[in-house]
Design a protein around this ligand. Sequence first.
Ligand code: S3P
Length: 437
Amino acid sequence: MRFRVRPVDRLAGTAEVPGDKSISHRAALLGALADGVTEIHGYLEAEDCLRTIAAVQALGAEVTRKGPGHYRIAGAGRYGLQEPGDVIDCGNSGTTARLLLGVLAGQSFWTLLTGDASLRQRPMARVTEPLGRMGAAVVGRAQATRLPLAVKGRRPLWAIAHTSPVASAQVKSAILLAGLYADGPVSVEEPAPSRDHSERMLRQFGARLRVDGGAVTLEPGDLRGTTVHIPGDISSAAFLLVAAAIVPDARVTVTRVGVNPTRTGILVVLEAMGARVESVGAGAEEDAEPSVSLTLGSADLRATAIGGQLVPRLIDEIPALAVAAVAARGATTIGDAAELRVKESDRIAALAREFKKMGVSVKERADGMVIEGPQRFRGARVASGGDHRMAMALAVAGLVADGETVVEDTACVATSFPQFVEMLNALAGRPAVTVEA
Ligand code: S3P
């Protein structure tokens, strides 16, 4: 599948992006582990999150789809999961694989996990090493550091205090999920705060959890089914917001966007670059996950520096922000972001390589890049490399390019944002992006 993208002068209107990917995964997993029924509203029905639904079904949770994004999960209970009858295929989804490893570390049966070619390349040691120290048995490729992996737990697991070398919510969440099965409190400390959806949702399901400074500590115990409302995904909204900032005559509102402060780095950066972000309906404090409507229009962008503690707050938005940086005046630096090299693709290399095809030069660094702007994108034939966020970032670049852009290998957009083309075209008021088989 490919996108054919024609430049646009104008974007206007309102969009409601689909549910948050990170929160959706967690709702399915916690619903499966809880006692009683969990009702989920706003679940992201995209490939990654449907992998997690299939996984919890394979492990014995009863899942009923009651309507678009509305799921009912009859939880198996903390000790009620069953040995799956087949290998669980996590597809492209790192969150499915890593969070499941944490859950499976607490089970008394073997489970086999695999994934697609991209996921089989991604590092798993960051999760399998601490889970091994808790007593889980993990075997598989490359000394149990790459999928396919087989995992079997130990009951109870040994409690650990883990200091993670990377700020990763997937690592933190895997250990906290395993911690439900530990013989004492389990804690995780990370170098910078990563997204805290697991902490918020574990509490919502009745877990005892405390956060002191940089460490999260969970007491093992049962979870109680509940109702979860999932806001729209700011990581999907990112593509529409960046498009609004760079298209000459644009004003776009995205409604019901999740604005958990551990995820809003993109808004901080767009404002630092000179965009005006209007936010309406500040999410109530007591909400497990706050959401607001965001409005953003064309802006005369200037360069900024992205690094340090801000990086985990916008790590998935860097492909979109790199497009904004090309349009901005001055040198935008992105640092402390070596994690980009182990996402669905090596996003530092991919951005430099694909932008070059569009006539834009990017200085690659080991942990980021420097983008000297403004530069003009030139319509060209580019490729996503199977990475959904690269596919969407390149399509947004095509909206402001001279001439037509073809983005190859775009079926991957269905992993997180299947409605991307439809929503972008509705804002453009015409088919700016056409999909070819
Ligand atoms: C995610 C955490 C981040 C993020 C990913 C989703 C999550 O990954 O990039 O898209 O849902 O926990 P890391 O934990 O590897 O930083």
